[in-house]
Design a protein around this ligand. Structure first.
Ligand code: NAP
Length: 546
């Protein structure tokens, strides 16, 4: 493998070009592990991240109330018992500061920082067909010539903001995914929160008691589950650490990479038994109701209708006021077909006299003005702070914001503006030696415990590169037939679900003009793993190597 070197390279103007075996984009959950594994393999690797520290999602999303909704002891690296047991969580669903500290612990323990360029944004990556290598350029004016390019950019990392007039606003605007490190003083302020996805919900419940007046702009109501978040002391930490072997054996094979799984069939149970399962899951205060009650919820409209009504009733009991029920309880899509958020007294926040809902379903936001937010009916809502909890260009945005060019100069941005395709979310035909994690057409696009899926993808890529090195092969790229086959299988699986009939970021429908496709592979984490393992066991069948 190549040594680090600095040369002069004519292909990118006068910028000096460094040589690497691999460049990893991103230093979040996937990027850190990616860097570690490739370095362990003996590759000369650099990771690049726009942030000034590690963490990815957990670096950027430092908005008030940001926290896990996967159990802390499963949102974990499971490749090293020492790493796992060396960290103790303080609660079941910890907040962002603790998660960021954990990822810093990981980076320190694995001595990763020396190979990460922080505060650096990748601008372009072009595949050179003559050298069969990538040329990566950054905003620091440097070029890196690398054999492998591994994108660990995160599924939800390209913030989506789209209101005309935003730059005119004279108050303080913040997107939740670009939240400043310094605390924001909300005391006594007039605040608008736009959006009530998992993020907006966490913000609203956290700041409602602090602000002067809060206007929550709601377009699509959400089904929510109340979170139970017990503290973890030494005894609890010891108990979950003792489950390490069990977790490593179980998580990779469940449907969603969580500890729990779908274990009972709706048709096998009587109505009281079904109700008992739903109540049991509900009382867990986790995502269990969504990810381990009844899988039929995703396929069978009648089952979905019953479970949806179960959740609506729970929400009605808390909201009480019929007007609030109308505005905050979903009626036009089924439970589980959008991402389900956990919340802590979110619904109760709307009982406060300083919290108001602005329904923008039939009266959309027109623009941002100097003083606030104008809706289509001409009302201007004057505020001091606008919190944009408006989500992400999920799955594709992080990569299409980089000028990525594959064979023949083809542009990933152009390709994906027509049709979002990948091969198992691991590679893309036409882009040799580009590996991906957390991109569309894999479970890591959404329907899973992210760390379970990201580790599996990192390990598959690692094994693929090791295989190539053993065989003295330099280039890998899925064939068009392989990609066509995977896309067809993905679509068949996706279109059998009720999710495919809805509109949310799961299908890219939050981004105007984005081609519609269910981003996440719905065949299950365990099945996906088996399919990936099968490819590897058959000498990377369908992936052309030379
Ligand atoms: P999101 O789910 O896409 O929600 C964005 C919100 O902004 C929606 O309510 C959307 O309304 C609203 N919105 C967007 N444009 C709008 C417009 N022009 N006018 C009015 N409303 C508008 O984004 P997110 O809440 O940031 O969450 C994204 C994902 O991140 C989650 O689904 C989850 O996977 C992850 N997340 C996880 C956690 C955690 O607990 N671990 C926390 C936060 C986020 P519509 O629905 O009508 O489009």
């Amino acid at each position: 493998m190549t040594e680090a070197a600095t040369t002069s390279n004519g292909s990118n103007g006068a910028h000096p070009t460094e040589k690497r075996d691999a460049v990893v984009i991103g230093a979040g959950v996937a990027g850190l592990y990616r860097l570690y594994r490739l370095r362990e393999q003996g590759l000369n690797v650099t990771a690049i991240d726009a942030a000034s520290g590690v963490g990815g999602t957990w670096y950027w999303n430092r908005y008030p109330g940001a926290r896990f909704d996967s159990e802390s002891y499963i949102y974990q690296y499971l490749f090293s018992e020492e790493l796992y047991t060396g960290w103790s969580w303080s609660e079941k669903f910890p907040g962002q500061p603790e998660i960021e500290r954990w990822l810093n612990y990981v980076a320190d323990r694995l001595d990763l920082r020396r190979d990460i360029q922080f505060g650096t944004t990748v601008k372009s990556a072009h595949f050179n067909e003559a050298t069969q290598r990538w040329l990566v350029t950054t905003d620091k004016g440097r070029g890196i010539d690398t054999q492998f390019l591994v994108a660990c950019c995160g599924m939800l990392s390209a913030p989506y903001v789209s209101f005309p007039g935003q730059e005119a606003f004279k108050g303080q605007p913040f997107h939740t995914a670009r939240w400043p490190e310094q605390p924001i003083d909300f005391a006594g302020k007039r605040v608008a929160v736009i959006g009530n996805g998992a993020t907006g919900i966490q913000v609203v419940q956290s700041i409602a008691g602090e602000v002067g007046h809060l206007k929550v702009f709601v377009r699509t109501p959400q089904y929510v589950i109340p979170m139970k978040n017990p503290k973890y002391g030494a005894a609890e930490a010891a108990a979950y650490k003792a489950k390490f072997a069990h977790l490593t054996a179980r998580l990779p094979h469940t449907f969603t990479g969580f500890e729990y799984d779908f274990e009972q069939a709706w048709a096998d149970l009587t109505p009281p038994q079904r109700r008992a399962v739903l109540e049991d899951c509900w009382n867990d205060g986790s995502l269990k109701l969504w990810l381990s009650s009844f899988a039929e919820m995703f396929f069978d409209e009648e089952v979905n209708a019953e479970i949806s009504e179960f959740v609506r009733q729970k929400m009605r009991e808390r909201l009480k006021d019929p007007k609030l029920c109308d505005l905050l309880i979903p009626s036009d899509y089924g439970f589980g077909t959008h991402r389900v958020p956990l919340e802590q007294n979110y619904l109760e926040a709307f009982h406060r006299s300083n919290v108001e809902i602005v329904s923008v379903k039939g009266n959309p936001i027109d623009c941002v003005t100097e003083t606030g937010i104008r809706t289509a009916d001409g009302t201007v809502h004057d505020v001091d702070i606008i919190v944009l909890a408006t989500g992400f260009d999920a799955g594709t945005g992080a990569l299409t914001r980089i000028d990525i060019r594959g064979r023949g100069g083809r542009s990933l941005k152009d390709d994906w503006s027509r049709d979002i395709r990948t091969t198992m979310g691991l590679q893309i035909h036409g882009y040799p030696n580009l590996f991906t994690t957390a991109v569309p057409l894999a479970p890591s696009a959404a329907l899973c415990n992210m760390t379970t899926c990201l580790q599996q993808q990192v390990e598959w890529i690692d094994a693929c590169i090791a295989y190539m090195r053993r065989k003295s092969l330099n280039v890998v790229e899925p064939t068009k037939e392989t990609e066509d086959g995977w896309v067809a299988h993905h679509d068949e699986t996706a279109n059998a679900t009720l999710i495919a009939k809805t509109s949310s970021w799961y299908l890219g429908s939050n981004i105007p003009g984005k081609p519609r496709r269910l981003l996440s592979y719905c065949g299950g984490v365990g099945v996906y793993r088996e399919k990936c393992d099968e490819v590897a066991a058959n000498d990377y069948r369908g992936f052309a190597m030379q």
